[in-house]
Design a binder for this molecule. Structure first.
Ligand code: UD1
Ligand code: UDP
Length: 374
């Protein structure tokens, strides 16, 4: 694809911004007319990342409203992107992963016969309700896409099993590792932030730090209640510090603040800016999380992740012993944490099965090397 073409990178949420930032820079570097469209399905969480990477979107639909339904959000994304497609000449649309932004924009691009590249393609649980709605979003995007950038051989095999032609798939590793290397380099150069200063003031880092995140829809209600019960039980050990940057989703905020406020060694904090979160990950003994991105990042630092889900589309980490599925069962979470704390962190192999930091370069290379693409 010649570099006078216009590439539209589309994102809506925090993790998409983190994982697409390296792709955006790589296309720019290669001389493509590179445009960024944000639906802003997330607002504050998205802007935090864009500010860190110093990226200003070319198009911003500003769609976040509190607790909006998936269908309303979808219809608003369709309206916004179709108007953009009518105004602008776009040669290639790039979407990422499994969000509503990705699947809806892929559908809109297909309807306008614009070529679609899917980054982080081929991850599967084959359980349509877990993760919900992400599993189906990812499958739909996979059906609509022309080019598939799979983070692993396993993801590639899933696509081949579904009938995708091998020539349209490239295994690249996950771009989250490209971003992570950028953040870690900045941290190692002595990055300081008000958030890091605040954490140093409030948390005793000589104790065992457990980092917690959570936002999955299938855990809303009883699942989150049970995770909170496990954290209450763990907090009875005064050699532990629990740090929980709470996702802005009201379904998470409500239960977490109700159940966990006023415990001395449970620190409920606002979402951290990206490098500060990575800094905190590096200080942590264990992570308890349902996050996809966190499962991919933590192996770089040898921090084990207890995944509060019953299935994961990131099975490479489980196979490598970097993460363990614990669901939301209180007793299981508590016993796994205690088991890991009895061992030293050094026993975990620091090998990351999700990538080598060159995924974005490989994606751009795929378009540079073949003239029949887009
Ligand atoms: C979304 C994605 C999920 C991704 C997650 C990453 C879908 C269906 N879900 O889930 O795949 O893993 O982002 O975090 O695409 N909110 C704010 N401020 C923000 C962001 C969210 O207040 O900056 C609140 C709003 O009330 C919003 C709600 O969170 O309506 C839910 O946001 P939404 O993007 O629909 O879903 P997430 O649960 O964040
Ligand atoms: N993250 C962050 N600040 C936080 C929590 C997470 O910057 O307070 C980053 C984290 O490093 C990872 C991404 O956000 O790259 C994960 O986002 P999230 O868990 O919201 O979504 P998922 O990965 O599950 O789609």
């Amino acid at each position: 694809m010649s570099s006078n073409k216009t590439v539209l990178i589309c994102i809506g949420t925090r993790p998409e911004a983190i994982k697409m930032a390296p792709v955006y820079f790589e296309f720019q570097k290669a001389g493509y007319n590179t445009k960024l469209c944000v639906t802003a399905q997330h607002r504050d969480l998205l802007d935090q990342v864009l500010q860190f990477f110093k990226i200003v979107p070319d198009f911003d639909f500003d769609l976040m409203t509190p607790n909006q339904s998936l269908n309303i959000l979808s219809s608003r994304i369709l309206n916004g992107i179709d108007a953009l497609f009518l105004r602008e000449q776009i040669d290639l649309v790039l979407v990422h992963g499994d969000t509503t932004t990705s699947s809806v924009i892929a559908l809109a691009a297909f309807n306008r016969k614009i070529k679609i590249g899917h980054i982080e393609a081929g991850l599967r649980t084959y359980n349509r309700y877990s993760p919900f709605p992400e599993e189906m979003n990812r499958q739909l995007t996979g059906r609509l896409a022309d080019y598939h950038f799979a983070p692993s051989e396993k993801a590639k095999q899933n696509l081949i099993n579904e009938g995708v032609l091998e020539q349209n798939i490239l295994v690249t590793g996950n771009t989250v590792i490209d971003a992570l290397y950028t953040a870690d380099t900045i941290l190692n150069a002595g990055y300081e932030s008000e958030m890091i200063a605040e954490l140093n003031k409030n948390i005793d880092f000589t104790k065992k730090v457990i980092l917690v995140t959570g936002h999955r829809r299938e855990n809303f209600g009883l699942g989150f209640e049970s995770i909170c019960n496990a954290l209450v039980e763990l907090s009875q050990d005064d050699k532990i510090e629990i740090v929980f940057p709470v996702h802005l989703n009201p379904n998470v905020q409500e239960v977490v603040y109700k159940r966990l406020s006023n415990l001395n060694n449970v620190h409920l904090i606002a979402p951290l800016d990206y490098p500060t979160f990575i800094w905190l990950m590096k200080q942590s003994e264990i992570i308890i999380s349902d996050s996809g991105g966190v499962q991919e990042e933590a192996p770089t630092f040898g921090v084990p992740v207890l995944v509060t889900r019953t299935v994961t589309e990131r099975q490479e980490g489980v196979a490598a012993g970097c993460s363990v599925l614990v669901g939301t069962d209180q007793d299981l979470i508590v016993s796994k944490v205690k088991g890991i704390l009895l061992n030293t962190k050094e026993t975990i192999v620091k090998h990351n099965p999700y990538g080598d930091g060159n995924a974005s370069r490989k994606i751009v290379g795929y378009f540079e090397n073949r003239y029949d693409r887009a």
